[in-house]
Write a protein that binds this ligand. Structure first.
Ligand SMILES: NC(=O)c1ccc[n+]([C@@H]2O[C@H](COP(=O)([O-])OP(=O)(O)OC[C@H]3O[C@@H](n4cnc5c(N)ncnc54)[C@H](OP(=O)(O)O)[C@@H]3O)[C@@H](O)[C@H]2O)c1
Length: 253
């Protein structure tokens, strides 16, 4: 079966491409570096020819509110125009657990807009809501750092390793379309401030962590359960310490 992975060079995309190829499928890893651009529509018709499944794992190069909204809206329109011409039977996309509860975040509004376009497309679909990837911790720390302090919310999260995300995406892509949302998460719940503290200790980073209920996450103030799955999520087995020990951070520490 031919499967197109949009964003097939990214953190999750690269791993999904590898898994589906190992399972014997013809997989096209599509991204601007291979001449396929969802924002402009370039290369999409050629990429989709003969495809049964499309997995959208692209992300916006800019997280600025208007830019990210335009990225997901324009990309969605171009993708579905090409998918309809090609007769694609299953569209799979990766979104964020709790996106619909975080409307004060421009990034989350853009993910919700992406989901609305998917639902309106008429093509059978599966939207996978994932919790935060462990790999995203460095960016959380960077965005929350001021001088030698890191102010992060004490809200709960249930982070997941990118390897487990890729396993789930590959499985859902080969399954029948859910025509709705499925949720995935890591094995453990922990406060964001607690997780950042553990991460900084292990990386010997001297920043001080402050648990601050008013600290925004992607522009949104979090409630205790804003980032937790709402239903029964598929849980990845890799916990924080196992992920850390295999990560680039452990090699550098
Ligand atoms: N980070 C988290 O914790 C988290 C949690 C839940 C869900 N998600 C979602 O997971 C998805 C994948 O994230 P990721 O971290 O794997 O992304 P990533 O590593 O940043 O990769 C982004 C991919 O998008 C491609 N891309 C960029 N502009 C494009 C365009 N105009 N047309 C086609 N492809 C384009 C890039 O291609 P090039 O390599 O050619 O630039 C790259 O392959 C995102 O949609 C994100 O919202 C993330």
């Amino acid at each position: 079966m031919k499967i197109v992975v949009i964003g097939g060079t990214g953190l999750i995309g690269g791993k999904v491409v590898e898994r589906l190829r190992k399972r014997g499928h013809e997989v096209l890893a599509a991204s601007p570096s291979s001449g396929v651009n969802t924002l402009t529509g370039e290369g999409l018709d050629e990429a989709m020819a003969g495809a049964s499944v499309v997995i959208d794992l692209a992300n916006s190069p800019s997280f600025e509110d208007q830019a990210v909204l335009e990225f997901f809206q324009q990309s969605g329109r171009h993708l579905f125009a090409a998918e309809k011409k090609a007769g694609v039977k299953h569209h799979v996309a990766l979104s964020v657990v709790g996106a619909e509860r975080l409307a004060s975040s421009g990034y989350m509004r853009a993910k919700v807009a992406q989901e609305q376009i998917i639902r309106a497309s008429g093509i059978p679909f599966t939207i996978i809501h994932s919790t935060q990837f462990f790999e995203f911790l460095g960016s959380i720390v960077k965005a929350a750092s001021k001088g030698d302090a890191v102010h992060v919310s004490p809200a709960l999260m249930q982070p997941i390793a990118s390897e487990d995300v890729a396993d789930a995406v590959a499985d859902y892509a080969l399954d029948t379309p859910a025509n709705g949302i499925v949720e995935i998460a890591g094995p453990d719940k922990i406060s964001m401030s607690g997780l950042v503290e553990r991460f900084l200790e292990l990386t010997h980073d001297p920043h001080h962590v402050f648990a601050d209920v008013d600290a925004p996450y992607f522009g949104a103030i979090l409630q205790e359960d804003s980032l937790l799955p709402v239903g029964k999520a598929r849980l990845g087995p890799i916990d924080f310490k196992s992920w850390f020990d295999r990560s680039e951070y452990a090699r550098a520490a």
